[in-house]
Ligand binder design. Structure first.
Ligand code: SDX
Length: 439
């Protein structure tokens, strides 16, 4: 393919040049479009019409399926920007609800905007009282992600006034409801698993402190939020809020492209996040550290991770985009130390295993050559366990944080004039036409 200069093209991805593709001795011109930063894209929307061929890219390693102005990752530099702001600066200088505002509306809120937004979200934190009845249908030992998939999808059976995706006002209310109600439903799932009564939201607490009290308070005594834990969890929510077109976000976009209501789309995102290759990796990483158990056993597991036939991978390591250290993992590791210090768990044996495993892996040729670094899930499990969350709740916490990213990307998709229903094609490798056998 040859790429050369040409006239400006479509807005929001101006074409500065075109590419020439030769297929069966036929040359076709494809527009090359540029964003504000990051790789250009070759627009193949007319490729099938021009050449009779599809592109083929299982896993979408080289495929952009949308335009977006929300989040940008530079995998080689290990950089993550939310609306242009570096993740480490946001994690250090602001709070999760302000980041929700930034992701939804594109700018950091003024003080007045933040106060109004916080009041809006606070006033949506309660769920319809009849939702409590859904829980009685689940086993107490049901995985809380199963409960989240079911109950979040069921929100659409209550909030008919925010399911019309073509109404901007309803899209906004649905976004606010999702951000506000996810912590409440997550805490209810946790309480149900314990056999403890549900704890109602409190409007006098900030978003993350409110979530902690809904999880850990009991009616029989006052509950005091630990400010160090609340600040640390708020920072963890910021780290998990959005991440370009990852598997679960792409699932939300694809579901939304058919016109499905936002609650059903978020439920689909939760289902996708559950997988151990994605959001389920924080739970899998802690289980792996527990299985390793001691520093002495690390070489045995590193050897297994390098043996393809073992099927074993170091959970919390590697990333499709980051071929450098995940910037979130750096903040996560710092937060992990702060929380363990604050709770007196400095000598947590699993932290010792994690730190030594990271040290060994980062020096090992296999991991260096394949550019495998710790990702956000490597230290999050140790931190969340120290905070008192059960391992089964780790991915639920990821879903609580990622809801704002999912809903911001969903809104952006609905409002993008270029967006159409997502309907990939295939490379068919099945039987050619054949007739049903005569009797
Ligand atoms: C998240 O996409 C996102 O942005 C996701 C996320 C988000 O915020 O939304 O960042 C959250 O999901 C983080 C990733 C959490 N998953 C894990 O920690 C699970 C363990 N990691 C992997 O399974 C894997 O690294 C992935 C799924 C994360 C990335 O998979 P890719 O990009 O498809 O890479 P790959 O599977 O093709 O692996 C490339 C090579 C392979 O070897 P070769 O076939 O090239 O010889 O690296 C090897 C793999 O075998 N490899 C690993 C490894 N991860 C990749 N070997 C050992 N241990 C690992 N963890």
């Amino acid at each position: 393919m040859n790429v050369h200069e040409t006239k400006p093209g479509k807005a929001g991805g101006a074409a500065k040049q075109s590419a020439t593709l030769t297929v069966d001795n036929k040359q076709v011109q494809l527009e090359v479009r540029s964003g504000s930063i990051g790789p250009d894209v070759i627009d193949v929307g007319n490729l099938y019409r021009q050449t009779g061929c599809f592109t083929y890219d299982p896993g979408f390693t080289s495929t952009a399926n949308c335009r977006s102005a929300i989040t940008f990752i530079d995998g080689d530099k290990g950089e993550l920007l939310y609306r242009g702001y570096p993740i480490d600066q946001l994690a250090e200088n602001t709070n999760f609800l302000a980041v929700c505002y930034l992701l939804l509306y594109g700018e950091l809120p003024t003080n007045a905007e933040f106060i109004a937004f916080r009041r809006t979200i606070t006033n949506h934190t309660m769920v319809h009282e009849q939702m409590t009845r859904f829980f009685t249908g689940y086993r107490r030992d049901a995985h809380p992600m199963a409960v989240m998939v079911g109950n979040v999808g069921a929100l659409s059976s209550f909030y008919h006034d925010s399911t019309d995706i073509n109404d901007q006002a309803q899209r906004e209310v649905a976004s606010h409801r999702m951000i506000a109600k996810m912590p409440t439903i997550a805490a209810m799932a946790y309480k149900y698993s314990l056999g403890q009564p549900f704890i109602y939201p409190r409007n006098d607490l900030d978003y993350t402190s409110n979530f902690l009290q809904m999880c850990f308070a009991v009616p029989s005594e006052p509950y005091l939020v630990n400010p160090v834990i609340s600040r640390a969890l708020d920072r963890i929510f910021i780290l998990h809020a959005d991440h370009e077109q990852n598997a679960s976000t792409s699932t939300v976009r694809l579901a939304g492209s058919s016109g499905a209501n936002p609650f059903a789309c978020i439920s689909a995102g939760i289902a996708c996040l559950w997988g151990p290759a994605h959001g389920g990796a924080n739970e899998a990483a802690l289980n792996m550290l527990r299985e390793i158990g001691t520093v002495e056993r690390i070489p045995e597991f590193v050897k297994k991770a390098k043996d393809k036939s073992s099927g074993f991978r170091l959970m919390g390591f590697g990333h499709r985009v980051y071929k450098n250290y995940d910037p979130r993992a750096k903040v996560m590791q710092k937060t992990c130390h702060e929380v363990l210090d604050a709770l007196g768990h400095r000598d947590d044996p699993l932290l010792k295993v994690a730190l030594e495993l990271e040290r060994i892996a980062l020096q090992d040729e296999y991991f260096i050559e394949k550019k495998l670094y710790p990702n956000i899930d490597f230290y999050s499990g140790i931190t969340l366990r120290a905070m008192g969350f059960p391992i089964e709740l780790f991915t639920v916490l990821f879903a609580v944080a990622r809801t704002v990213g999912w809903i911001a990307q969903w809104k952006e998709m609905i409002e993008d004039p270029e967006q159409r229903i997502g309907r990939p094609r295939q490379l068919y490798i099945g039987p050619k036409r054949r007739d049903f056998p005569a009797a």
